[in-house]
Design a protein around this ligand. Structure first.
Ligand code: HEM
Length: 452
């Protein structure tokens, strides 16, 4: 094997770098990028020496590297979500699960979920106060949690209400524990890990009832929800998913599938209120039945405010040559989504929020990477995009959103995702529209019979 070459980086003690990474992670990334260029080595607790990259060619090469050579690293996410979660499996097991679980989130199935998202958005927005500032993050969390619950389980019911209460608490605690070491001794049921296990037992009891009910359903074959598809899906050898696989993967989809989308939506409102001309154009576009500028706006929000700031791989082969570097086995390599999206060479005037840059070009899959890349690219990317599009369209159709001159909200880390520090505050007023044009939230479809 060739000699190991890692990029330069600060020589500060590990605990100092760790404290900086905890206290001001984005500031630290910007400073190190200025000082060392697009690749540098940091030394932090838990991960040890980790290389951070943000050169588009190196990022592309890493994402395209086969998972036998570099795959996700073993973080606690797998321990929170279960050993069969996407975040815990690799190699053949991962490939097989992707094959089974990609179809429910694409094509015809996706269009089927649009109506659910619109119903949930309209139901939540019906409670919004007028002319009074409020944080939109909470409402967005409820919309995205309800939408993913219904997409995953189909009909609503008592179990879904229980999951609606349980999941936010579980996600909140789990997100905080992801990057912390697991204690060697059991600290009891009141310790954070003890609480995670208690939540998991509660989740398992609910999920077993839902699986049993689905298996009894004589119309299972006609159902379009993810659980029904999972229970009927077969691997190449004709076997189905085990109970534990179904339970872990459902939890993975439910947790990965709502906070990220909700925080992006809260950022969208935060950005739009500070760009009144764009806000007006978007409203005109909704009224005219268009969607191009709205789609571009979503892409641009995800560029300037990527809610997941980075994703990582660990070298599994004896060595990996990546661009100028030679990494040893076990090396952790972090792709900084945050730095790549701020690269002036890729996005001129990168700090400015300008959806026009995506008006008639599709973003490059290795330069615009809010959903990561390669075989690990987010399985819910198309679902999330559809969901944000529908929620935004519903809001602009039903409300006038008041612009503001206030400074932009700061980034606040919730553990896994970044949200606007004040929760994406908004002031809205209901738009008066002809009665026939209104959405019936009870029936959950537009009164004029158009596709929502
Ligand atoms: C704006 C919303 C979302 C963002 C920003 C986001 C971001 C990400 C990122 C950065 C990754 C890691 C990719 C990598 O390492 O290359 C990921 C993975 C994943 N996401 Fe998302 N995500 C979003 C929505 C969703 C939704 C709606 C679902 C489910 C319906 C979902 C399910 C998953 C799963 C299962 C994985 C693991 C995939 C694998 O390891 O094969 N995500 N997501």
């Amino acid at each position: 094997m060739n000699a190991v070459t890692l990029p330069d980086g600060p020589s500060l003690p590990r605990f100092v770098q760790g404290s900086m990474a905890l206290a001001a992670p984005l500031w630290m990334m910007r400073r190190l990028r200025e000082r060392y260029g697009p690749a540098f080595t940091i030394n932090v607790p838990v991960f040890g020496k980790a290389v951070v990259i943000s050169d588009p060619a190196e990022v592309k090469q890493l994402f395209m590297t086969s998972p036998e050579i570099a795959d996700i690293l073993d973080v606690n996410l797998g321990r929170v979500l279960g050993p069969h979660s996407f975040f815990a499996i690799s190699g053949e097991a991962h490939r097989k699960q992707r094959k089974l679980l990609v179809p429910p989130f694409h094509g015809r199935r996706l269009r089927g979920y649009e109506a659910i998202v619109e119903q949930e958005a309209a139901r939540e927005m019906a409670t919004w106060p007028e002319d009074r500032e409020f944080a939109t993050l909470g409402p967005m969390m409820r919309i995205t949690l309800n939408a993913i619950l219904r997409a995953v389980f189909g009909a609503d019911g008592a179990e879904l209400a229980e999951l609606r209460d349980l999941l936010p608490a579980m996600v909140k605690l789990g997100s905080r524990l992801v990057a912390l070491p697991i204690p060697r001794t059991d600290l009891g049921r009141w310790s954070p890990w003890g609480r995670v296990h208690a939540y998991r037992r509660e989740y398992d009891a609910i999920i077993d009832r839902l699986i049993a009910a689905a298996r009894r359903d004589p119309r299972l074959a006609e159902r379009d929800d993810v659980l029904a598809l999972m229970l009927q899906s077969r691997y190449a050898d004709g076997t189905g998913m085990s109970r534990d696989e179904v339970a872990d993967q459902l939890l993975t989809l439910l947790t990965a599938g709502h906070e990220t989308t909700a925080t992006t939506l809260a950022w969208t409102i935060e950005r739009l209120r500070r760009h009144p001309a764009l806000l007006r154009r978007l409203t005109d576009e909704v009224d005219a039945g268009g969607s191009q500028l709205r789609e571009a706006t979503i892409l641009e929000v995800q560029r300037v405010r990527p809610v997941i700031d980075g994703t990582a791989r660990q070298v599994r082969a004896p060595g990996l040559r990546l661009g100028r570097w030679m990494f040893p086995e076990g090396q952790v390599v972090v792709v900084s989504i945050y730095l790549l999206h701020r690269d002036e060479a890729l996005f001129p005037d990168a700090a400015s929020f300008d959806p026009e840059r995506f008006a008639d070009v599709r973003p490059d899959a290795y330069q615009w990477i809010p959903f990561g890349g390669g075989v690990r690219r987010c399985i819910g990317a198309a679902f999330a995009h559809m969901e944000m599009n529908v929620v935004l369209r519903t809001m602009l159709r039903d409300f006038t959103v008041e612009p503001t001159n206030e400074r932009g909200e700061r980034w606040h880390s919730r553990g896994v995702a970044y949200c606007p520090a004040k929760g994406g505050r908004a002031v809205v007023r209901r738009r008066s529209r002809p009665a026939g044009d209104r959405v019936s939230t009870a029936a959950g479809r537009s009164a004029d019979g158009q596709e929502p």
